[in-house]
Design a protein around this ligand. Structure first.
Ligand code: GSH
Length: 206
């Protein structure tokens, strides 16, 4: 079995896990409950960066970060690829992924600022910067969705975007990301019904 460090609230873990389900690798995974914020957690022995997710495979090799984990799992099967091999579809998927992943980084930075920092040290200007990145990028992705450029069968780009929407609903219900973004709203309603996303919804760690 392969081992995946797991935290139920992390959108990056969700991306890796959704990729495992989409590629048929999920039954080969053992989930290792991990709290990256607990200094006693052994996570740094697996991933010196101290972040989830990381995947330890049968020969002991470690794959760190959701994108590398997803690409490795995608290499293990012969079906439809999350990372298209070449051509326009590959670059479309990777360009979308870069935007979605950038928004995930901004959303997680906002959560860290709000939940992890002492209240008197919270930097409002930093929060505003993260919000602006998310808002502007959502508008750009809405234009892609309206132009029919989001795939029905998800690549890694669509999976990351779906994980972002789940995370915004989970952490920032106040953001109202659906407002004025009808194409993304409709697309999200369809994609969230996939088993890979239904089975990986974020929850607050116990
Ligand atoms: N680029 C990484 C980001 C992973 C990440 O930021 N994970 C967060 C949880 S959502 C974490 O472990 N944070 C702990 C820390 O930053 O020390 C990926 O794609 O996996």
């Amino acid at each position: 079995m392969m081992q995946l460090t797991h935290s139920p609230s992390s959108p990056f873990v969700r991306k890796a896990l959704a990729a495992a389900i989409e590629t048929g690798a999920a039954e080969r995974l053992t989930l290792v409950p991990t709290d990256p914020w607990n200094p006693d957690d052994p996570l740094p022995h697996t991933n010196p960066l101290g972040k989830v997710p990381a995947l330890v495979v049968e020969d002991g090799s470690v794959f760190t970060g959701s994108t590398l984990v997803a690409e490795y799992l995608d290499s293990l099967h012969d079906g439809r690829k999350l990372f298209p091999a070449e051509g326009a579809e590959r670059w479309r998927a990777l360009r979308l992924h870069a935007l979605a992943d950038g928004m995930l980084e901004a959303a997680v930075a906002r959560v860290i600022e709000q939940l992890r920092r002492p209240e008197d040290k919270i930097w409002q200007g930093w929060l505003d910067r993260q919000n602006q990145k998310i808002r502007c990028t959502l508008d750009a992705v809405e234009a892609l969705a309206a132009a029919g450029e989001l795939a029905e069968e998800p690549t890694i780009g669509e999976l990351a975007l779906a994980c972002l929407f789940g995370y915004l609903d989970f952490r920032f219900p106040d953001v109202a990301w659906r407002s004025n973004r009808p194409a993304l709203t409709d697309w999200n309603a369809v994609v969230q019904a996939r088993p890979s996303l239904r089975e990986t919804q974020p929850v607050v760690p116990q």
